[in-house]
Design a protein around this ligand. Sequence first.
Ligand code: SAH
Length: 245
Amino acid sequence: MSSFNFDVITLFPKAFELINNLGVVTRALNKNLIDLNLHDLRKYGEGSYRQVDDKPYGGGAGMVLKPEPIYKAYESIRKSPKSKTLLMTPQGKVLKQKDLLRWSTLDQIIIICGQYEGFDERVRCIADEEISIGDYVLSGGEIPAISIINGLTRLLPGTLGDPDSLINESHNSPLLEYPQYTRPQVFRNMKVPDVLISGNHKEIEFWREEQMLKRTFKRRQDLIKSEFRDLQIDEYDGDDWLWDL
Ligand code: SAH
């Protein structure tokens, strides 16, 4: 048995074939660090047509996923001791890196994917958390589920080639990552900053920290504000000291 199990309830299990071509996740599957169990909602549908959806009470556009098939699929899943159930919905809490970190200490995540107009309200009772991947609406919960599987897998021990790559990256701290360069030194007249080829590790570290601050100030002041609530940065308007990032 793998150390971390993903169980996904979906009407479109084929959408998850993408995971077989997704680098880190594919490697984790092959190394048995994770397991992906797809539960085809259609199999739990009702009648000879395996019906999973129906018209909304009270009228309105589209179809709504019925509660019974989702409950049956959910009840068929063997639960691990440290398990959480996530419901994919644009009405949920917006996914953050800290959620992925929090879940990475579990041994199972069960993900319920909606489709069409969504699901019967009574499905909400089986979820520990309702998660949105952003303030926009997709046609199904499969891409959100793949995002969670991908983001969480790379946090599990043994999945990344170099675990150090997690340390400074964006959203691990309130600061975004510093700019990265690789060869060549000059590309179409754009030069790698001198400090990075200076060989002076202290200066490089200083430059990177400074860049992280500047970059976050310029692009995502909201991240700094939410982390340091007392910080007064509203009056900040100084593009003068910012490099063009
Ligand atoms: N009518 C619904 C949206 C349905 S979208 C509403 O207004 O809330 C169909 C399904 O796609 C949802 O049930 C959900 O599972 C998934 N989905 C769409 N956008 C999403 C998002 N931003 N985050 C997570 N899941 C989403």
